[in-house]
Design a protein. Structure first.
Length: 600
């Protein structure tokens, strides 16, 4: 048994608010051994991040108070140390990787300034020595062209590269404990795999203990030795990873595991099949077939299932959207980005077509362009027999009552100054002749359809949870009885339990109302649960499309294989060799011609 590095004993925390005190952590007991990776899981509000901040002494001093217990780290009780003493530990012996590096990194300082600060503060290195060490750290986390990155600012880097910089900063002084607070939540699936592999490799090389805070059970299953489950500020249970997934004891843990998509078993089979196909008998990478690797060639459309004779509601043909930037100085031409490049697909009435791909693949732009929220550059979009691109303003306004969209961030899409009644009444006032009484009745009807009561009607968006706001976003989309709903990453920001509830709601509404969905997502495990057909996009182009069964059991394009291989499977017994998964992902990224991913 390895020596205990961190021991949290009976920890309780109180936070004073204008509405009275709250207790985000109560009687928590948790231990981490040297060199061990422990996953701390639970939904939003369970107390995970507050626990992490208490370890590093980053709780707000005026509002937050440790009311009981001990936080013993390497023989010292952190709860009793002064701010000055904690500054000597924070960054040196205990380091943190934050969820959103864009807010954690200072936008007005270069990467060099921010990487060298802890080296000069804790290790007393000179300016030149610190700069050399900073370059070595960036190289260690897989960033090429270190000189350019060191001279740059956070906004000039991709999300994956910013997270790598955060990891380099955290590992700068070779800490004994690394706290990773949702380090991959905002990242694409292939970048997520690379970051998790990097954290695991550094842990194994340096013997660093890791506390991995996440709500993603797949990430925990594939990386951690032990798992601790929190709910409502209390520890529900802790156990070795395989034991917890196989025989959970607490009711909440059982409920949490029950929310794992049923598609998870199919994902396991797909990933294991790719791993077997990606490694030859002697352990060397197997040759990848050349078919479908050329991204400039149009993807072949798989035939629809024979039993599916529903009429085509939406047909998209050679859709293209080009964005032109500002003209540069000295007569240089303005930059041109082909965000959507010759995309074609059909969606049958009452069915779901999923568009999958990573950030920058063009999937969201495609969804907005087919609704003419972005005006397409060329191509054709036919909705229920009508050419949308030829429609005038009056006809387009009429048609938009039949085509709606659910946005990823409903908090940003709802006006914070408007009540839910006003937000949902607006489209009814624009598109119908209903009076105030009928409008209120229709709003109540739709809110009840999505699982909310009449009491929600006079409240504001900030008074609801993320899952409730997403239900309101769905209600707004349904208020005019549309035929087609474009769902742009509707559950990507939600906890696993809330995600399952929203997906179940969407499937039930489709059955009851005959809705047709264009479902945009980067999460193939969610897509497998929702879709009838899948379109895979990269760099604005369709690289593959087919039925769900075809994509999962016989993917053709290396990029599709990379997306499948990168899925963190919520089954600790199905851990695929990291080197094999990495080869599949790197090969797919290269085939899809994604230079930013390669650079990251």
């Amino acid at each position: 048994m390895a020596e205990t590095l961190l021991s949290i004993e009976n920890l309780s925390i109180r936070i004073d608010t204008s509405r009275g005190p709250i207790h985000p952590v109560r009687n928590l007991d948790l231990t981490i051994a040297r060199g061990e990776m422990v996953g701390l899981v639970g939904e939003s509000g369970s107390g995970k991040s507050v626990t992490a901040m208490s370890i590093t002494g980053l709780l707000p001093a005026r509002q937050a108070h440790i009311t009981g217990g001990h936080i013993r780290f390497d023989g010292r009780d952190l709860a009793t140390l002064s701010d000055r003493q904690m500054r000597g530990i924070r960054g040196k012996d205990i380091a943190t990787i934050f969820q959103e590096p864009m807010t954690a990194l200072n936008p007005v300082f270069t990467i060099r300034d921010q990487l060298t600060e802890p080296l000069r503060q804790h290790m007393r290195l000179g300016r030149r020595q610190a700069a050399e060490r900073a370059g070595h750290l960036l190289d260690m986390v897989g960033i090429r062209n270190t000189a350019r990155v060191l001279a740059g600012y956070p906004h000039e880097l991709s999300g994956g590269m910013r997270q790598r910089v955060m990891i380099a900063m955290a590992m700068a002084c070779e800490p004994k404990l690394l706290i990773a607070d949702e380090p991959t939540t905002a990242l694409d699936v292939t970048t997520q795999l690379q970051i998790l592999d990097l954290i695991t490799d550094l842990q194994e090389q340096h013997g660093t203990a890791v506390l991995l805070i996440t709500h993603d059970l797949g990430v925990v299953a594939q990386t951690c030795q032990r798992v601790a489950v929190m709910y409502g500020g209390e520890l529900q249970e802790t156990a070795p990873t395989e034991q917890l997934f196989a025989t959970p004891q607490a009711d909440y843990t059982k409920r949490l595991l029950s929310f794992i998509p049923s598609a998870n078993a199919h994902v396991v089979e797909a990933v294991e099949a790719l791993a077997e196909d990606g490694t030859a008998r002697d352990g060397s990478p197997a040759r990848v077939e050349a078919r479908a690797e050329a991204p400039d060639e149009p993807a072949a459309e798989a035939p629809s299932p024979a039993h599916d004779d529903a009429p085509v509601l939406l047909e998209v043909t050679d859709l293209t959207k080009v964005f032109t930037g500002r003209r540069r100085r000295l007569g240089r031409p303005a930059p041109v980005v082909r965000a959507v490049d010759g995309v074609s697909f059909r969606v049958r009435r009452g069915r779901t077509l999923a568009i999958v791909g990573e950030s920058g693949s063009g999937k969201s732009t495609t969804g907005r362009a087919l609704l003419r929220l972005h005006e397409p550059t060329s191509g054709a979009v036919t909705f229920n027999g009508t050419d949308l691109l030829a429609a005038g303003d009056d006809e387009l306004r009429r048609l938009r009552s039949e085509m709606q969209i659910v946005f990823q961030d409903t908090y940003a899409s709802l006006d914070p100054r408007w009540t839910i009644h006003r937000a949902l009444a607006e489209p009814l006032r624009l598109h119908t002749d209903l009076d105030d009484t009928a409008i209120r009745a229709r709003i109540v009807e739709v809110l009840e359809t999505v699982g909310l009561g009449e009491d929600a009607i006079d409240r504001f968006p900030h008074e609801f949870s993320g899952g409730q706001r997403q239900r309101i976003g769905i209600a707004r989309a349904l208020i005019l009885n549309p035929s087609l709903v474009v769902c742009d990453e509707p559950v990507s920001a939600l906890d696993v339990s809330v995600q399952a509830q929203v997906l179940d709601l969407m499937k039930q509404l489709q059955r009851d109302l005959g809705l047709t969905y264009v479902f945009i997502s980067h999460d193939l495990s969610v897509v497998e649960m929702m879709a009838d057909e899948i379109v895979v996009m990269s760099q604005g182009r369709v690289v593959e499309q087919g039925s769900v069964e075809q994509i999962f059991t016989a993917p053709q394009h290396p990029y599709t294989k990379a997306l499948l291989a990168a899925i963190p499977v919520a089954d600790p017994t199905a851990r695929v060799d990291r080197a094999v998964r990495r080869r599949i992902v790197e090969r797919g990224v290269a085939a899809a011609d994604l230079p930013e991913k390669e650079a990251a």
